[in-house]
Write a protein that binds this ligand. Sequence first.
Ligand code: PEP
Ligand code: MN
Length: 275
Amino acid sequence: MNNPAANPIARRRPGQETTLVRVGEVVFGGSEVVLIGGPCAVETREQILTAAGQVAAAGGRMLRGGAWKPRTSPYSFQGLGPEGLSLLAEARAASGLPVVTEVLDPRDVQQVAQAADMLQIGSRNIQNFPLLKEAGASGVPVLLKRGMMTTLDEWLWAAEYVLSAGGRDLVLCERGIRTFDPSLRNTLDVGGVALLKQETHLPVVVDPSHAAGDHRFVAALARAAVAAGADGLLVETHPDPPAALSDKQQSLTPDEFRELVASCRAVARAIGREL
Ligand code: PEP
Ligand code: MN
């Protein structure tokens, strides 16, 4: 008798291999540490096309960029919406990079699923159960970020909503949690990544950008993530960070991104992986 509550799909069973999640030709959960780069938000045609070219040139395998942005203030830049999706599609065609972008509203899942290669569910929506179920039923791979106050157990239950709705291609993304110390934007739970690699068969990637909140520390956190066994990195880059409409402090210049790639590649090779 299979009791799903006692045997959650997200949990690794004894001897179970890591699940390979394919997004186009990109494979999460294998020997490659998948590098995803791009701006926090899609801002203009020129910005996203330039960013995509720079990410591809540095060895990035996927492009990120938000068309809908979950902002603390309703007066902050909210993203371009559907126009942002079209610009991402153009950037994908020009660069050859598959695209991951955030969906905020269950009513937008179909539209985003048609335009994007992977749906991102953001930290603020970790327990938006209607959204998790809609994304799981979409047939498109999902990147599920950890909530800023979510335990590993709660995160795996959120993953269970995606999986039990029919989603098979699910990748988890640690992006830092809120702790007592506000010195960095968040605290990257590196130990949590190592533990999750035991507890779940799902690939686990790390977003060092939202954890650090400051471009000076992004590469160090990225190296720590690779050393801890992360299956990929999600990094915010911008052609001109001071001009970014969101998250400019943590966005890397093309030069900083290239340096991050080189140093993370050295760590990946030291543990027998590629990047
Ligand atoms: C983002 O990736 O730009 C984002 C909003 O991330 P998070 O949901 O982790 O805050
Ligand atoms: Mn951001």
